[in-house]
Design a protein around this ligand. Sequence first.
Ligand code: HEM
Length: 531
Amino acid sequence: MTTGQRIGGNLANFVDERTGAGRALKKNLNKVFPDHWSFMLGEVAMYSFVILLLSGTFLTFFFIPSQEEIIYQGNYAPLSGLSMSQAYASTVDMSFDVRGGMLMRQVHHWSALIFLAAMVVHMMRVFFTGAYRKPRELNWVLGVGLLTLGIVEGFLGYSLPDDLLSGTGIRIAEAIIQAIPLVGTYVAFFLFGGGFPGTIFISRIYTIHVLLVPGIILALITAHVLLVWFQKHTQYPGPGRTEKNVVGFPLLPVYMAKAGGFFFIVFGITTFLGAVASINPIWLYGPYNPSQISAGSQPDWYMGWLDGLVRMAPNWETHAFGHTVSWNILIPGLIVPGIMFTGLALWPFIESWVTGDKREHHLLERPRNAPTRTAVGAMALTFTMVTLINGGNDLLATHFGLSINQIMWFSRIGVFVLPPIAYFVTKRICLGLQHKDRDTVLHGRESGRLVMLPSGEFIEVHEPIDQYARYSLTNHEQPEVVELQLEDAHGVARPGSVKEKIRARLSRGMYGEQVQKPTEKDLLELEDGHH
Ligand code: HEM
């Protein structure tokens, strides 16, 4: 035994004798995890969060969360002699005078962008494969909470430097808060400690940004990952994989090595971006001044859809009984996002109500085999994309020589017209792919080999697929449409409640159209060579 092994063994014994961790570790380190590249998306989000905590801690050493006005006398000459808040000046100092400060700021900002992007793509993977079905609905809801908090955290973060861009963002947030009927003005006064911009807002959001929200996110991530641990991970269908087993690799050494290596890859890419790609150059925007606004103001991408919604709203306001209701802010700034996020959180429950499916699912679905879900997802993404485009309308106008009004009208119309088109087209594509799968099972794969028959006709030779591929293409379920029960148990006619009718209708929309997968009989015939 080498000295290293002896020390390691003694250490392990020491810990085990005092905590009893040995048995638990042995059990858990052998735990099997299914493997698929798309399962790393949640990991990217997790690693980005760790990078955010590390780089953010560095930033707190130098950032001064104060709106006290000072005259800048630092090394960045173009700002010399300008009046600005300490928050802004300390961020400029950090960028130019603190060793590694610029790199850390940029790493922090890039990892925030990657964190949110990873979360959204991870959510898309979970959505399009139906991973949120029972028993994982709760984890989906936790995920929606994480996404919401991530967006809020990012917004608070880029609002801290008190530059012209972020100050404009805070002003929009204030407008949205003020648009809440009845209490809006009071809430805004409370948060800003008086009129906008006040002198205490930055220090308040600083505490929320570095303490409160990260703490909640950390707690939620822990709960989220623990749930994945206890409920076990879903797996893609395939030979040998059932609803009752998990096929994959053990946590130690395979997953530990993969995850550890992957963390450093994410860290490396983020640091590379931070080193070479400029992000949020606040010294070019200048300090915030409520009387100024720059053209080309555009939030970070995860806020762009909200900004885009507000930008496309017509100027609707109601004045009554001495009060103003600003529908142009209230609807796009609060009501539509409220509906979007509530719908997102409730989706697993809505789906299981419509389908009547209350069973547990551990095998994932291929998006094509759930055409309506996939189409709804494409519709939601298209809607968000149109709003996001409008969030960058002034930059698109200057970069591509377009008129800002044209972009706005494109968005106003597109936001209603394009999502239904996306729904329809996606559903047709899914059904087309189901057709293709059926053909592949029954008639084999196109081999690309053209043969001329004695009659002169050309045909393409099809090669039969092996039994594993055939299993993968046919083992999915094809649920039945929920029909209205128009008679009760005694055969007496009953009209059916409105709720039942809605459910039956939605169910028909969900499963009414699908390409029948090859039946057992077809497959048996295939084996006997009848096809
Ligand atoms: C801070 C952000 C998040 C982190 C760090 C995170 C982390 C993870 C990790 C590491 C996994 C296991 C690997 C994987 O399936 O990718 C996972 C699974 C899962 N996540 Fe997240 N996630 C986050 C946000 C979200 C969001 C926004 C949603 C959806 C709204 C979501 C829903 C789920 C569900 C339902 C599972 C179980 C999937 C399965 O077993 O197939 N997560 N998450």
